[in-house]
Design a binder for this molecule. Structure first.
Ligand code: BV8
Ligand code: ZN
Length: 262
């Protein structure tokens, strides 16, 4: 039996599904993954060197400008058919949750709920000094012009610099997000891991956590990520096309609306 038919059978048998997603699910919306070479101003930077508190301390303007640019990119992007397939499954009667490593809001804009952000959100801002959440005014959200670097705004309470509300390397994940994710993953009977290289811990341990709890795991990736456990199924291809094919093979009516990238 083909992997697609095995996966469709596992989906039909399941009731509670968790979609565990990484940058690959947003690739077809034009958001570069961490493996893609950065473009333009950022081409000489390594994301992992920008995503740390030390980098922000050393060069707050560079890091702040990078996140402003990424936020602009996400605002320009649209959910693709992979994002849109997930709420389709919920509409068809499955109990569906999303646990994502992504900091974009494309799952929410596709209609998914709940969405657990393990690594925070581009849309959240907080103070680097007192950690108080902050709101930005429209002019503070202006996109840096090519080559322009913008100072991060200051906290109205302690005058500390504002920073993106994301989890940087060597920072703990938000307790509530991690606890919600663990609860959802341990309770699901199917976990669909979409577009992740499985490098960053502790998030990368989630598929194994699902397997240990007795779930089946479907991996969706452009490359064969070589997971061949008895309860693992590998579906190779772009997330949009693969998820549409999976839902159709499981008998879920899905029509991707015109103009949605698949
Ligand atoms: C922590 C938010 C406890 C910010 C991110 C040594 C010292 C200290 C820590 C560590 C250490 N060694 C390990 C660690 C832990 C560290 C870690 O895992 N490091 C790695 C590099 C080894 N983790 C941490 O630090 C975490 N915190 O452990 O706290 C602690 C505390 C103090 C001291 C020690 C420990 C926090 C990690 C969170 C970092 N923040 N993001 C931001 O985004 O700006 S990580 C970020 O990178 C993402 O969130 C994601 O997690 C990761 C990227 O992975 P993916 O999403 O998988 O994306 P990637 O590009 O890699 O892959 C894309 C995949 O999609 C590919 O497989 C590709 O084939 C596929 N694809 C592409 N296109 C498509 C597709 N598939 C389908 N369709 C397509 N169209
Ligand atoms: Zn403050």
């Amino acid at each position: 039996m083909s992997n697609l038919l095995r996966a469709a059978e596992a989906l039909r048998r399941s009731k509670t599904v968790v979609f565990f997603t990484g940058a690959g699910i947003s690739a077809d919306s034009g958001i570069p993954t961490f493996r893609d070479k950065l473009t333009g101003l950022w081409v000489k930077h390594d994301p992992q060197r920008l995503e740390t508190a030390d980098a922000f301390r050393a060069n707050p303007t560079l890091v702040w400008s990078w996140y402003l640019w990424r936020r602009h990119q996400v605002n320009q992007a649209k959910p693709n058919s992979a994002h849109l397939s997930i709420p389709r499954l919920a509409d068809a009667g499955w109990d569906v949750s999303v646990v994502t490593q992504n900091i974009d809001d494309l799952h929410e804009r596709a209609g998914s709920s709940p969405v657990v952000h393990l690594h925070g959100s581009l849309m959240d801002v907080k103070c680097f000094g007192c950690h108080r959440p902050a709101e930005l005014s429209p002019d503070q959200l202006a996109v840096p012009l090519e080559g322009q670097l913008i100072e991060p705004p200051r906290c109205t309470r302690c005058n500390g610099r504002l920073r993106p509300g994301v989890v940087w390397f060597r920072e703990n994940l938000p307790d509530n997000a991690w606890r919600s994710a663990v609860r959802l993953v341990r309770a699901c009977d199917l976990l669909v891991s979409v577009g992740t290289s499985g490098v960053v811990m502790p998030a990368a341990g989630i598929p194994d956590m699902a397997l240990a709890a007795g779930a089946t795991v479907i991996h969706v990736n452009l490359e064969d990520v070589g997971m061949d456990g008895a309860d693992e199924i590998m579906l190779v291809g772009p997330a949009g096309g693969v998820l549409l094919a999976l839902l159709q093979a499981a008998g879920v009516a899905v029509l991707s609306p015109p103009g949605v990238p698949t």
